[in-house]
Design a protein around this ligand. Sequence first.
Ligand SMILES: [Zn+2]
Length: 364
Amino acid sequence: MTGCPSGPHGRRRGHREEEATATPGAGPHPAPADSTSADSGLPRADSGSTPTASPPTDSVSGPPAPAVRTVLGDIPGTELGVCDSHDHLFLRSPRLPGQELDEVGAAEEQLRGFAGHGGQSLVQWTPYGMGRRSGALAELARRTGVRIVAATGLHQAVHCAEKPPADLVALFVEELTRRMRGGACDQVPRAGLVKVAGDFHGLGPHARRTMAAAAEAHHETGAPIAVHLELGTGAAEVLALLCGEREVAPSRVLLGHLGRCPDLRMQREVAESGAWLVFDGPSRAHHATDWRLFDSLADLAERGLGDRILLGGDTVTATARAETGVPYVTRVLRPRVARELGEEFARRVFVDNPARAFAVPWKG
Ligand SMILES: [Zn+2]
């Protein structure tokens, strides 16, 4: 896919939400794909090859092999390696004035810090309308060798600076299977998951509408659905809607922020449903509950539910980036998981589980 599209989708690039600079900073330099070998704690799950774009084909017969849809193309889950399953390189929200994550250079620094401690892949959960910078994500993946997965989807209405398109299913499907809107010429990644959001202990009309659209887009494409749980609540309602009413397999649903509601019984129930529990942090904003993380992990591990857990940094503000940031995940969090719960467990939550959670048989 080269050159600027001239069709109707090309015109959509006019969206102000995420105009990407075509080539941030200096020209690309060779990606040090193996620069992460300083991390000797975990077996490497990849061969160190730099991901390459793999254009979609319509001629494949039979069920497609599960793949992770990165900004540089589809790869097998086993190529993700050590994965930050929920984070943000770019994000802006009307609710977080002055805290925007918008600079390509700063994002690259975050990625290199993460990779320097063994990080190999990152899933950005920033949805439509929040400054995802899809073109810059592709450029950064090329420059650093870190695999990056981008999101389509829609957050709570309070986080959207402008009115989203009326046809959400069309938006999500287009971004998952063709191109994300807002990318610059020659930077046309596809999204690899749909991000939506619940409300505090429930689902309001906006959440129900976006989740219904996410479920429909999932059925059309195979994409996993990642859910922001408001303060870690509402998991039961989300699963009832997505998996009950809308018949999405629980294994395709990733529930974020469960640590913000450290109710171990609720967390066990969610894990037993077959959905993914995506713990994140730490952050100043959630300090009150962040310290319960290892109680949750240990509790789930003891019950044999470690195969439902994912971990990420969820860096959403400039303050969080300055205080901990993406590198914290591999510099501090993963080593502590290995210390407290064993290397095997660390490997599972940072390598094996992401390989299963983000790899799906894409239908288009
Ligand atoms: Zn997030």
